[in-house]
Design a protein around this ligand. Structure first.
Ligand SMILES: Cc1cc2nc3c(=O)[nH]c(=O)nc-3n(C[C@H](O)[C@H](O)[C@H](O)COP(=O)(O)O)c2cc1C
Length: 182
């Protein structure tokens, strides 16, 4: 079971949560990490598409790790999907490279868990906010796993970060859904 973690954060110097989770992922066995801003800066068209394809092809599970900014993906993550999930590779004729792989979305969010509820300010759950990722996963034949969200993730204490690390490591080391059913 090989896991690829694609990390994106537009301002890494200001990141605590995503950075802590990225560093943890890099230490786990059978997990490889690609930070797209470290690799390509903020160049929306600068992706080494062949290298990105190779990294995904070698993985059984693809994890996207990023902060929620304006209830959305980061600009580089959106650009990654636009550039890397190409016609003829991810979809279209013979485009089955992602089929059968798992997608796990892991996000940090500054707002509270209550804000992300039907009764909360935005009248939307995190699952609803992440609908584009779910739709993209299903469109290319991936198994979309239940997302993992870390709420109230601004100015977090080291103790809270430890709880985040524990939950994240638990999900990253979980067997595939299909193998769990065997
Ligand atoms: C430009 C910007 C927009 C943000 N928009 C949201 C948002 O829409 N919803 C939310 O819950 N938090 C929002 N936040 C808070 C971030 O999600 C939070 O600071 C981040 O997830 C914490 O992780 P980090 O320490 O790795 O940056 C925003 C932060 C910034 C800087």
């Amino acid at each position: 079971m090989k896991t690829l973690v694609i990390v994106s954060h537009p301002t890494p110097d200001q990141s605590r949560t995503i950075k802590a989770l990225e560093q943890l992922a890099a230490r786990l066995p059978n997990v490889s990490v690609r930070n797209i801003e470290s690799l390509y800066g903020s160049d929306l068209n600068g992706f080494d598409v062949a290298a990105e394809h190779q990294a995904v092809e070698a993985a059984d599970r693809v994890v996207f790790l990023f902060p929620i900014h304006w209830f959305n993906l980061t600009p580089m993550l959106k650009a990654y999907l636009n550039q890397v999930w190409s016609y003829g590779w991810a979809f279209g004729p013979n485009g089955e490279a992602l089929k059968g792989k798992e997608m796990l979305v892991v996000v940090s969010a500054g707002a509270t868990e209550f804000t992300y509820s039907a009764e909360g300010l935005i009248h939307s759950t995190i699952d609803e906010v992440l609908t584009p990722m779910k739709a993209s996963a299903l469109y290319v034949g991936m198994d979309y796993l239940e997302p993992l969200a870390f709420y109230s993730a601004m100015g977090v204490s080291e103790a809270t970060l430890d709880q985040f690390r524990l939950a994240f490591a638990g999900r990253l080391t979980q067997p595939t859904e299909s193998s769990a059913q065997l």
